[in-house]
Design a protein around this ligand. Structure first.
Ligand SMILES: O=C(O)CCC(=O)C(=O)O
Ligand SMILES: [Fe+2]
Length: 263
């Protein structure tokens, strides 16, 4: 059965200390930061992505990406492999940002201006820094999924968070479509202790009757939402210089109030 939901109001908020905390408590659907980047920065970032030799996720809908997702290591892969690969993935991200602008740092500074705790890249004791910042080219959409580290990554330090957000900066938009829909039915799958459930291609039964919020990924904006809510991206119409090009990461709140980033 779908949950009755937790949103107290529907709509996009601007970024303030209050809205950030409300989003972490899942009381509002989204925060939009308009004009996070200039038109020239957006064009520069989109070009830098297109000029990179990017990979595709092995799912039915084609999603091109640059970067590394921790979730890819959740089943039967040693933690040390992830942190080793994270260091390599940063080389490509640094190269990409050097050819355009440092989106991750700007986002961290923007959040820090309103955050209660310290905003930083997540770290694992003795193993190192998590990777944060996956760029995506996603004209065909992304299926219903939820991102919630306590269930996706139970043996990692990020499992200790009490709220998970996802932010995305949209550097280029489609001619039409590509909206993101968030369902206010915080993901609470049935699973045995220690079992890591599948989190992608979720059954629509879990969001039945839930409040929904759909937003447009407008060029130059950052939109932040609570990723424990199942969400999906609609397919759209691409054209020359018109694709759905974004970069983003998760932000989790740790017990000491720090906000940590990873992808
Ligand atoms: O690109 C988007 O609008 C959302 C991407 C997503 O699934 C996420 O940030 O968790
Ligand atoms: Fe997601």
């Amino acid at each position: 059965m779908a949950s009755t939901g937790t949103w107290k109001e529907i709509g996009e908020a601007t970024l303030t200390r209050q809205s950030l905390e409300a989003l972490l408590r899942n009381e509002i659907p989204a925060i939009r930061i308009r004009n996070f980047a200039t038109a020239a920065e957006c064009a520069g970032f989109a070009k830098a992505v297109e000029d990179t030799d990017y990979k595709f996720y092995s799912v039915a809908k084609k999603v091109g990406y640059i970067g590394l997702a921790q979730i890819e290591y959740r089943w039967n892969r040693p933690k040390a492999d992830y942190f080793k690969d994270a260091a390599v993935a940063y080389e490509q991200l640094n190269d990409l940002q050097n050819r355009s602008f440092d989106v991750i740092n700007r986002l961290m500074e923007t959040l820090q201006a309103v955050a209660g705790g310290t905003v930083k890249i997540a770290e694992e004791a003795e193993l190192g820094r998590y990777y944060a910042g996956i760029a995506r080219i996603a004209a065909e959409g992304v299926d219903l999924h939820a991102d919630w580290a306590p269930l996706n990554s139970p043996t990692y330090d990020i499992a200790r968070i009490d709220g998970q957000l996802g932010w995305n900066f949209y550097a280029q938009e489609l001619i039409e479509g590509g909206d993101t829909t968030v369902y206010n039915a915080p993901w609470t799958p049935d699973c045995a202790p220690g079992e890591i459930p599948k989190s992608y291609g979720l059954d629509y039964a879990i969001v039945e009757g839930a409040k929904t919020f759909t937003f447009n990924p407008n060029t130059a904006d950052v939109v932040i939402f609570n990723t424990r809510n199942p969400h999906e991206i609609a397919a759209g119409v691409a054209g020359p210089g018109r694709n759905r090009i974004s970069i983003g990461s998760f932000v989790g709140r740790m017990p000491n109030n720090d906000l940590v980033l990873w992808s």
